[in-house]
Design a protein around this ligand. Structure first.
Ligand SMILES: C[S@@+](CC[C@H](N)C(=O)[O-])C[C@H]1O[C@@H](n2cnc3c(N)ncnc32)[C@H](O)[C@@H]1O
Length: 296
C-alpha cells in the first residue's frame, strides 16, 4: 500500500468518528512516528510503498483510534513547550493551557532572578505527571534547583525518563501531598535541610464529579482519574492544602502558581486572599477561560 492509499483508507475508516482535519493530523503523526516521513516527504513521494511490517503497526494504531484512544497514548509521546515527552496511561497528556502557565512563570522568574542575582532559584512542582512543568522550567532556567512531587510511582517513572530525554536534573519524590504536614517533612526524606522556594507551582486534580458529563469520552475513558477528579463537596482540597504548605516555605518574594478549574476562579481567589496571600492575579487561557493564578 502506498502512503497516498493509506491516507484514503484512514479517512474511510475513521470519518464516522472524527472530523477530516483531525484524521489528517493523525495521518501525519503516524507517518512521522512509524515511517519517519515528514509532511514534505509525503507531498514529494505520495507513492512511497509502506512495508508490511509497518502496515501491521499502523493497523494496531487504527484499531486504537477507532476506540477513541488519544493519539498521544497510541504513539507514546507528545510535545510540551517544544520539548519531547513520553506519556502513558498513568500520566495526564500535557495541555496547551499548561504551556501558558509555564510561559507566565518564566516571565516572572526573570524579575525574581534580577532580585536574587547569582543565587539559584529553587522551584517545586506538585502533582507533576509527565514532569512537563518542571522539565520545561529547568530547560529554560539552567541554574535553578528543581523538585517535583507526585503520588503516583508510575507517573514518576515516566517523569524521570522525560527528565533524562530532555537532559535536565530534577529531584523527584513520591508523596501524597494531602497527607504531609509540611514541605520540610517532605524534604527530610531527601536528607535536604529546609528549603525556601522561589516558585511553587501546581496543576492539581480539579475536575468535579459533577463536571464528568462535560468531559470528552476519550479523556474520561483513557486519562488517569487520579490526575483529574476531586469530590464535588470539596473541589479546592488540593489548592487549600498546597497554599497552606507554600505559606511556610516560600521566600519573601516567592510566588505560588496554580492552574485552576475555569468554573472556580472566584472561589480559588477568595480562598487565597483569606489565607493572606498578596498580589493575586487571575489569568485566562487561550480559550478565554479563567485558568491560572499567581499569588505572592
Ligand atoms: C492534573 S494532573 C497534572 C499533571 C502535570 N502537572 C500536567 O500539568 O500535565 C495532576 C497530577 O497530580 C497527581 N496527584 C493526584 N493526587 C495527588 C496527591 N494526593 N499528591 C500528589 N500528587 C497527586 C496525579 O498523579 C497527577 O499526575
Amino acid at each position: 500500500m502506498t502512503v497516498k492509499e493509506y491516507r484514503v483508507n484512514l479517512i474511510e475508516q475513521l470519518s464516522s468518528i472524527y472530523p477530516k482535519t483531525e484524521i489528517d493530523s493523525f495521518f501525519f503523526i503516524l507517518m512521522e512516528e512509524y515511517l519517519s516521513l515528514k509532511r514534505i516527504d509525503i507531498t514529494l513521494h505520495p507513492d512511497y510503498e509502506i512495508k508490511n511490517t509497518h502496515i501491521s503497526t499502523l493497523n494496531t494504531a487504527l484499531k486504537r483510534l477507532k476506540n477513541q484512544e488519544p493519539i498521544q497514548y497510541i504513539i507514546g509521546n507528545t510535545e510540551f513547550y517544544g520539548y519531547p515527552f513520553l506519556v502513558d496511561e498513568n500520566t495526564l497528556i500535557p495541555r496547551p493551557e499548561t504551556e501558558e502557565l509555564v510561559e507566565w512563570i518564566l516571565e516572572e522568574t526573570k524579575k525574581l532572578q534580577s532580585i536574587k542575582g547569582s543565587i539559584p532559584l529553587h522551584i517545586l512542582d506538585i502533582g507533576t505527571g509527565t514532569g512537563c512543568i518542571p522539565i520545561a522550567l529547568a530547560k529554560n532556567l539552567p541554574t535553578a534547583t528543581v523538585f517535583a512531587i507526585d503520588i503516583s510511582a508510575d507517573a514518576l517513572k515516566i517523569a524521570k525518563k522525560n527528565a533524562d530525554i530532555n537532559t535536565v536534573k530534577i529531584t523527584f519524590l513520591q508523596t501524597d501531598i494531602l497527607k504531609v504536614n509540611s514541605l520540610d517533612e517532605v524534604l527530610k526524606q531527601l536528607q535536604q535541610n529546609e528549603i525556601n522556594f522561589d516558585i511553587i507551582v501546581s496543576n492539581p486534580p480539579y475536575v468535579r464529579e459533577l463536571e464528568k458529563a462535560e468531559i470528552q469520552p476519550n479523556v474520561l475513558q483513557n486519562e488517569p482519574h487520579l490526575a483529574l477528579f476531586v469530590p464535588d463537596e470539596n473541589p479546592l482540597l488540593f489548592y487549600d492544602k498546597i497554599a497552606d504548605l507554600a505559606k511556610e516555605n516560600l521566600t519573601e518574594n516567592g510566588l505560588l502558581f496554580f492552574e485552576i478549574n475555569q468554573y472556580l476562579g472566584n472561589e480559588t481567589l477568595t480562598m487565597l486572599k483569606e489565607k493572606g496571600f498578596k498580589n493575586i492575579e487571575l489569568r485566562k487561557d487561550l480559550f478565554k477561560n479563567d485558568r491560572m493564578i499567581k499569588v505572592q
